[in-house]
Ligand binder design. Structure first.
Ligand code: AP5
Length: 189
């Protein structure tokens, strides 16, 4: 069985950008990972059933609907062999509070070796969100973003307790993307 690495970070922290850079680097060394986006797997079901028009609408769905989509996504991803990266969230901020991205039934399906937290300063995340017109991001201030990042660390600790996975942190600071990519490549090697 290959490695299963879960990559997390609050919306707009740049996790997809960092992972893509690291995968490019590793490919040159003959190390291959298949990159899966949890949100895309959920969205395929949600869109087919006419529940939402865009992926940003999913976190506003009823809690039971989100849990059903979550379970369907985890079951599909668990069947994919080889080294796999799963791009997702420690917690999803919904109108009714934080929803665990990796509850026990998701961890049991995915059996991750490691959970990676991609983080940076909250003001940088705020500015990246404001500069990305392609997405419908929630409007929140930098203190709320800081709280969300702290909360995600606590949740990652709980995931380690349940599944036995390890936890790594990758910093993705402004103007230092290359450092973040190099650190992510180290983590995945
Ligand atoms: P998802 O698709 O993961 O959306 P997201 O949270 O908005 O994350 P993104 O992938 O868009 O942001 P990113 O952090 O990867 O940033 P990016 O690289 O684009 O999830 C969609 C939805 O699916 C969720 O809202 C939820 O409803 C659902 N979902 C997913 N997993 C779930 C789960 N487990 N349970 C329940 N629901 C789940 O970069 C952002 C910007 O920053 C870019 O413009 C980029 O150019 C810039 N940038 C990046 N790095 C740097 C840098 N170092 N310096 C300057 N700019 C930078």
């Amino acid at each position: 069985m290959g490695k299963r690495i879960v990559i997390t970070g609050v919306p707009g922290v740049g996790k997809t950008t960092v992972v893509n850079g690291a995968l490019e680097q590793l490919k040159g060394e003959g190390i291959e990972y298949r990159s899966l986006n949890f949100g895309t797997f959920m969205f395929e079901v949600a869109e087919a059933e006419g529940m939402v028009k865009d992926r940003d609408g999913m976190r506003k769905l009823d809690r039971d609907q989100q849990k059903r989509l979550q379970k369907a996504a985890a079951q599909k991803m668990a069947q994919i062999p080889g080294n796999v990266i799963i791009d997702t969230h420690c917690t999803v901020k919904t109108p009714k509070g934080f929803l665990a991205g990796l509850p026990e039934w998701v961890l049991r399906e995915l059996q991750p070796d490691m959970v990676v937290l991609v983080e940076t300063d909250e003001d940088q995340i705020l500015s990246r969100r404001l500069n990305d017109p392609t997405r419908t991001r929630d409007m929140e201030g930098s203190r709320e973003i800081a709280f969300h990042q702290e909360f995600n660390r606590s949740m990652a600790a709980a995931y380690a307790m349940v599944s036995g996975c390890t936890i790594s942190v990758v910093k993705n600071q402004d103007h230092l993307l290359e450092q973040a990519v190099a650190r992510m490549a180290d983590v995945l090697r």
